[in-house]
Design a protein around this ligand. Structure first.
Ligand SMILES: [Zn+2]
Length: 246
């Protein structure tokens, strides 16, 4: 959507002005006035940094949720302190209290709207979890050789044939049937999601050591909880603890 666009403010200004107008005055249709509001904006990491005018996700001050400075670990910026640094919030964002986080001193286009610029710009689960963490886990088990977490070719073969067998049992609600790990590079987000939530807990049990299997279950269970639209505050706390363990 943003390919070739150089200026996010220019690109979004017409949309933002229209939303602002609708949020302030509502939308009239057949003698009835409907109120209009923004629930959230969802973007992948490059689009988020582009639209919000903030450091890219590999920057030291790029965390959109807290103020900690990242550390370089194996050529990547990692945020290792969980829950210790002050949270980034709407006020600290809008007042540019941490200038290193921002590429723009001036107001960015979304800040014209009266939204919580931190909480209402979501972290996108499709890229971060499905195409991110789940794919990284699978690739490190299957494609890396000689690491403590690498799987033997026998186990990779077992896992692949289990996934191929499951194809026959996939319910029709699943948009894609499970397939062999030979095709891992071509797995779509929805297949990685199915692996995380449905096949993984089942097919990995005989393949991974107990410790690694539990590690995987932490992520699987946490995401399953968070995907439930009726989850309670206690459920969210539990999912948070599982993710911290993970
Ligand atoms: Zn953070």
């Amino acid at each position: 959507m943003l390919i070739g666009v150089k200026n996010a403010d220019e690109y979004l200004s017409e949309f933002v002005n229209e939303v602002k107008e609708l949020a302030e005055n509502g939308f009239a249709y057949k003698n009835k006035l409907y109120s209009v509001g923004i629930r959230c904006f969802i973007m992948d990491a490059p689009a988020r940094s582009f639209v919000l005018g903030i450091k890219g996700h590999s920057g030291y001050y790029s965390c959109t949720r807290c103020l900690q400075k990242g550390e370089m670990v194996k050529n990547r910026v990692a945020f290792l302190k969980i829950g210790m640094d002050p949270h980034r919030d709407n006020n600290s964002f809008r007042s540019r209290s941490q200038p290193e986080h921002h590429n723009k001193k001036d107001l960015t286009v979304l800040e014209i709207l009266s939204i919580d610029i931190v909480k209402q710009v979501g972290l996108d689960y499709m890229h971060i979890v499905c195409l991110g963490v789940v794919r990284t886990l699978l690739k490190s088990w299957v494609k890396k050789k000689g690491e403590p977490y690498s799987l033997t070719s026998w186990k990779i073969g077992e896992l692949s044939s289990e996934l191929k067998n499951l194809k026959k049992s996939c319910p029709y609600e699943f948009s894609r049937k499970s397939r062999s790990l030979d095709e891992l590079d071509r797995f779509k987000a929805t297949e990685l999601r199915q692996f995380l939530l449905y096949y993984g807990p089942f097919v990995l049990k005989p393949i991974l050591s107990e410790k690694r299997y539990e590690h995987f279950l932490n992520l699987s269970l946490a995401i399953r909880i968070l995907l439930n639209s009726n989850c309670s505050l206690a459920d969210i706390k539990m999912a948070q603890n599982l993710l911290i363990d993970f």
